[in-house]
Structures are given as C-alpha cells and as structure tokens.
Design a protein around this ligand. Structure first.
Ligand code: COA
Ligand code: AMP
Length: 639
C-alpha cells in the first residue's frame, strides 16, 4: 500500500534517527554545524543538534537575499476586510524586520527576553515575530481573539519586556478594538511589560498611554537596523500557549535548531514545495499552524507566503478561497476543514469556484480537527488535486501523520476518508490500550509516540518542566501521550478519532473544559458545572455547559444561559462559541467525585457508551438524557 520511497524514508528515520536527521540538518545553513545530532539535556530530555549555531530570522530572510533572491516575493498580504493586497520582497521584509529588531533592541530587548505579540493578521505580526528571532528574543504570540484575562495569564507566565500590538482587528465588517483589551490585561497582570508598541490602523485609533505606549510607525521609522544574533540550537525561539486539561494554559517551547530543520524538511517532503513556490496556510499567526506555515516554514524554504486577513465566507463571499488561490498562484493550500464546511454551506456546488482559474493549485492540505468523511468527499469532488488530511498538534509543531507529497513527488499512497494516512518520518507511532499494551490493526486506544520525538517538537513547558513530564510522559514512560484516541487499519493507515482527555476542538480552535469551567463556575448562581465539547455540523465541536444551581437560587434558565455566554465571551473570547448552558439537577460523577465528561459528551452525541461501574448514581444519566431531549441538544436531536 505504502509508496516505496516513503516506506524507506520512514524506516530509515526510525532505525537510524541520527543519520536521518543529520542529513536533514545539512539542508539548512548553520553558522556552526551541530557537534552532536541527538543528545540529552539537563532535564534528561532527548534534544537535537547540540552545539549548532544559527539564527532563524537570518535563515528565513537574509540568507535568501544573500543568495540573490532579494527581489522575489516573500510575503503577500491579502486583506479583503481592508481592501489591501501588498507584496513584500525578501529585501523589503528583511529591511523592515531588521529595523523593528533595532527598535526592540533600543527598548532593551536582548537574547532570551520575552516579547508578547497580540496582533491581527497584518504584516507587522510577521515582522514582529521575525524581529524577535533576529535578536534571539523569545516571542509569544497570543491569538487576537483571546479576551483580556487570557492575555493577562499569558503575560504573567511569559513575563515579557515588551508587548507588540495593534489598535484593532477586523472580523468580517466589525472593527474589534484591541487596545482596551491590552490595557485591561496589563492592568490585571502582575508582570507588567515596560513598553508596548501599537500599530495604529486607520479603522480605529487607539489612545496611547504616555511613557508606556509607542506608536509603531514612528518607532519603526526612527529605529536603526540591526544585524542578527547567533543563537544556540537549543535556545528557545518561541513560547506558544495551548490548552491543556486544566484551566491554566501550557507554554509550549520551541527551540531554534530542531524547528528550522524540521520545518525545512516538511516543506519539501510533506508539502512538495520549493523556493519560489507560493504557499498559503489560511490560519492565524496566533496558532501553531500560523507559526509554522504562515511564517517560518515557507520563508525558511524561500517560498512566498500568503497572509490572509479574511474569512472563507462573507469576505465577501464563499468564493474567497478560490479567489486567493487564483490571484496569487498558490501551489500548496492548507486550511482547517471547518473553513470548507462554511463554504459548502453557502455554496454547496462550489459554483463560485468556476469564476477562478485554480489550475496553479497542486495540493490541498487540511488539519486542526478531524476531516469528516462528508467534507472529504465534497472536497474530492470539488478540486482537482489530492486532498490530504494531516494530523498534528501545537506540541509537535509539524505533522505527525500525513500523506507525503514530496518524498516520491506523488501521494505516498491513495488517501482514505477519515485518515491522515501514515506516520511521518521521525514519529514512531503506536496505539496503546489503558495498560500500555500495543494494539493491533483496528484496535482503538491512546495514540502515543515512542521517544525520542523528532526535531521541532517541544522540549519542555515554559517555566514548568514538571508539568511537561506529568502531561506527556508519565502515563506511559518512554512514550509521548498525544491525548488523541485512534487506531490503525490493517494497511497501516492511521485514524485519529478525537481527544480522549478534557480538550475540545471548536472550529479548529483548541479549548479545555477546565478553562471554560473556571469561567462558568464563577457565576454566583452556579454550584458546580461541567463543560464538554459536543459534535456540531459546522464547527466540528462546540462547548456545552451543564450547570447545577446553588441551593435556594431561583433563576430562569434562559437568563442564566445568556449571562454565562457573555461571561465566556468576556473572560475567554467569542471564538470559544459557548452558546449553550443547561441547568441540570445533578452531574454524573464517579463515587470518588470525578465528573464523567466523556459520558456526557457521548450522550449528547448519541454515541454508544457503557455506564461506568464506578458511577455514583446511574439514575442521573436519565435526568441528563431528559434535559438533552427537552433542549434538543446535539446533532442527532437537533432534527
Ligand atoms: N478576534 C476577535 N474575534 C474573533 C477572532 C479574532 N481573531 N476570531 C474569531 N472571532 C470571533 C468571531 O468574530 C465570532 O464572533 P461572534 O460570535 O460575535 O460572531 C466568534 O469569535 C466565533 O468565531 P469562529 O467560530 O472562528 O467563526 P468565524 O465565522 O469567525 O470563522 C472560520 C470561521 C472557519 C474562518 C474560523 O473558525 C477558522 O479560521 N478556523 C480555523 C482555525 C485554525 O486555523 N486553526 C488552526 C488549525 S488549521
Ligand atoms: P492544536 O494544538 O490546536 O493544533 O490542536 C491539536 C489537536 O487538534 C490534536 O490533538 C487533535 O485532537 C486535533 N487535530 C489536529 N489535526 C487533526 C487531524 N488531521 N485529524 C484529527 N484531529 C486533528
């Protein structure tokens, strides 16, 4: 079934990882080549490329200019919400990045210092990230959809010297002022940054606080350009916060060396791209997809990358994706399935596609959530290219399973609905049962990866190595716990069926039950609550809250629900899509008091489940079922 070239590459990476990644490391330019390929750090974590010296921004920019490619397009900013299409060559982008790096250096930012980037999808977001990388500073991009308290939590964890932000984002036609959110977050945070720099957008002028806030345009114009700082392969490039199983986000750390090697490898081997190709990842710089494949991967490879400030629909219509592909000559396109579900809803027969010539498109990749078979079939019949589901996580930074387009210049095997195909070289994937016994074909269990994880994957959690160990390595020692459940079929195709922990995936956005429950539980009428992610035709999953009222509280369910919805929007962000909260008499729990969230989720989804033998009182399930029927909760009951 598997293509021979893929099978050979995979085997080589597992049998002799050091030789495999040595060869991949030779494909990027180092100031000093690593002294060892695979080593162990002081925490006992396997690490790649000890002793290597490099600079990731130099790799992504200056190097291409030096190689005579300065006039090639590096960044295409396509913003239907503002009517802009701007192109930056490698020379132009390098110049702006080195000037912004100079501005940051003048504010006291040096190697190892943290900088938070809280920005919409504008070129300055990309420039900010690369400017940090140029200085060896550590950026932490916070998705613009996060509300102030979530930004504050990240500020307190990363302790940035400077925050880079903008006056507003634009969602469809709505201008969303960022500055009040930033001001509130800094007010809430203890680790207050000394400076903020604000891009003043014409759609909204932010009031600047004297002695703290700087206007980006004049700050950049008055700054000197600076050179790059040589960093160690193990130095952190960035921290990206992601939802864990508790309310506190985890700061996933990415190092410079492994990241550069892995992304460079992936651009060719997985995405079939080379220098000069146009690559478009329709995500957001606030997510890992944005880090790896809007910014670093395409630029390290010398591609032109598309930064799209718009939506798949209503900016202005469901033909937006096809328009961008055609207009910029996109070769490889990467998006979350939810985007195509939105397109399919508005343009079921993809008639708007016929307005555009998308013959430039070679590969269509999707990730971020499971590619449901109906969307897969719709895409297969809509585009002329392979439709490739690939699976990965913030923690890994690049894909664990994919159908590789560059290994044999063809799909490594026919794709199958519902499957991201095979493990990528470097990932020794296994499926374990609860006791750690490896399952054979079709046996569904916990998907794990045998150590060492390949280059580019997380070496630790920022400031909390114990959590890194506890979250990923304690369940099955020697194996990384992905948190996803799944199986392999008899031909080796992997199927990822969803999270087996308390993480949910809403429109490709990762959320934890814990962070939502913290908000809901703070309502004065709520005694206790559970939030689970239930199936949704558009968003993949949406959160559903079950709340138990405090004794003596007499509140109307609808009013309470409306208040909780507002609280989640204000505390966490609208993108959480928290819209349903049901009052129930009790929550199903085990005798030791653990809430049975998986059971609630399965009941809402209409999936079969076994009543756990440890359940405190099985009668509760009937009450919940009745509440679900009454409110028509879940896709099945919605009618
Ligand atoms: N800033 C402020 N608000 C935001 C926001 C942002 N960056 N992103 C989303 N929101 C708001 C939306 O405006 C909407 O608000 P509303 O309830 O007032 O209407 C709400 O959050 C829900 O957003 P979402 O579910 O994302 O729907 P959408 O219609 O805005 O966008 C998609 C639909 C498909 C474009 C979007 O969900 C998406 O791009 N998902 C993929 C995410 C991704 O790339 N993940 C990485 C893996 S590939
Ligand atoms: P994030 O860290 O935000 O990228 O989310 C990672 C999670 O999204 C994974 O653990 C999966 O649960 C889910 N996910 C991402 N890509 C896929 C995919 N192709 N198929 C199934 N689930 C996916």
């Amino acid at each position: 079934m598997e293509d021979r070239a893929y099978a050979d590459a995979y085997r080589a990476s597992i049998d002799d990882p050091e030789s495999f990644w040595h060869r991949a490391a030779e494909q990027i330019d180092w100031f000093e080549f690593p002294t060892s390929i695979l080593d162990t750090d002081a925490n006992g974590t396997p690490r790649w490329f000890r002793g290597g010296k490099l600079n990731t921004a130099w790799l992504a920019l200056d190097r291409h200019v030096a190689a005579g490619r300065g006039d090639d397009v590096a960044l295409i900013y396509d913003s239907p919400v503002t009517g802009h299409i701007d192109r930056y060559t490698y020379t132009e982008l390098t110049e702006r990045v080195s000037r912004v790096a100079g501005g940051l250096a003048a504010l006291g930012v040096a190697r190892g210092d943290r900088v938070i980037v809280y920005m919409p999808m504008i070129p300055e977001a990309v420039i900010a990230m690369l400017a940090c990388a140029r200085l060896g500073a550590v950026h932490s991009v916070v998705f613009g959809g996060f509300a102030a308290p979530e930004l504050a939590v990240r500020i307190d964890d990363a302790k940035p010297k400077v925050v880079l932000s903008a006056s507003c984002g634009i969602e469809f036609q709505t201008v969303i002022p960022y500055k009040p959110l930033l001001d509130e977050a800094i007010e809430l945070a203890e680790a207050k940054p000394t400076r903020t720099v604000i891009v003043q957008r014409p759609q909204c002028k932010a009031a600047l606080i004297e002695d703290r806030d700087l206007d980006w345009a004049s700050w950049e114009a008055e700054s000197d350009t600076v050179g790059w700082v040589e960093v160690d392969a193990w130095d952190p490039l960035y921290i990206l916060y992601t939802s864990g199983t508790t309310g506190r986000p985890k700061g996933v750390v990415r190092d410079n060396g492994g990241h550069a090697v892995a992304l460079n490898y992936s651009m060719g081997a997985i995405y079939g791209c080379d220098a000069g190709d146009v690559y478009w990842a329709a995500s957001d710089v606030g997510w890992v997809v944005g880090h790896s494949y809007i910014v670093y991967g395409p630029l390290i490879k010398g591609c032109a990358t598309v930064l799209y400030e718009g939506k798949p629909v209503r900016t202005p219509d469901a033909g937006a994706i096809w328009r961008v592909i055609a207009e910029h000559g996109v070769k490889t396109f990467f998006v979350a399935p939810t985007a195509f579900r939105a397109v399919k809803k508005e343009d079921p027969n993809a008639e708007l596609k016929d307005r555009y010539d998308i013959s430039c498109l070679r590969y269509l990749f999707v990730a971020g959530e499971r590619l449901d078979p109906p969307t897969y079939e719709w895409l297969k019949s809509t585009v002329h290219t392979p439709v490739i589901d690939h699976w990965w996580q913030t923690e890994t930074g690049w894909s664990i399973c994919a159908n590789m387009m560059g290994v044999a210049d063809a799909p490594s095997a026919p794709t199958r609905p519902g499957s991201p195909s095979f493990p990528v070289p470097g990932y020794d994937l296994k499926v374990f049962d609860e006791d750690g016994k490896e399952l054979g074909p079709d046996g569904e269990g916990n998907v794990v990866i045998k150590a060492p994880l390949p280059p580019g994957t997380l070496p630790t959690i920022w400031g909390d190595h114990a959590r890194f160990h506890e979250a990923y390595w304690s369940r099955y020692p020697g194996f990384y716990l992905t948190g996803d459940g799944g199986y392999r079929d008899a031909d080796g195709y992997v199927y990822i069926m969803g999270r087996v922990d308390d993480v949910m995936n809403v429109a490709g956005h990762r959320l934890s039950t814990g962070e939502l429950e913290e908000v809901v539980a703070a309502h004065p009428a709520v005694a206790e609550c559970a939030v689970v992610g239930i199936a949704d035709e558009d968003k993949g999953q949406v959160p559903l809250g079950l709340v138990v009222l405090k004794d003596g509280v007499n509140t109307e369910g609808a009013a309470l629900e409306a208040e909780l919805v507002q609280m989640v929007r204000r505390q966490l962000g609208a993108f959480a899509n928290f819209k349903q909260a049901l009052v129930v008499p009790r929550l199903p729990k085990t005798r030791s008091g653990k809430i049975l969230r998986q059971v609630i989720r399965k009941m809402a989804d209409g999936d079969a489940f076994e009543t756990p033998s440890t359940i405190d009182d099985p009668a509760i399930l009937e009450e919940i079922e009745a509440a679900f029927d009454e409110r028509r909760v879940g896709v099945g009951r919605a009618g």
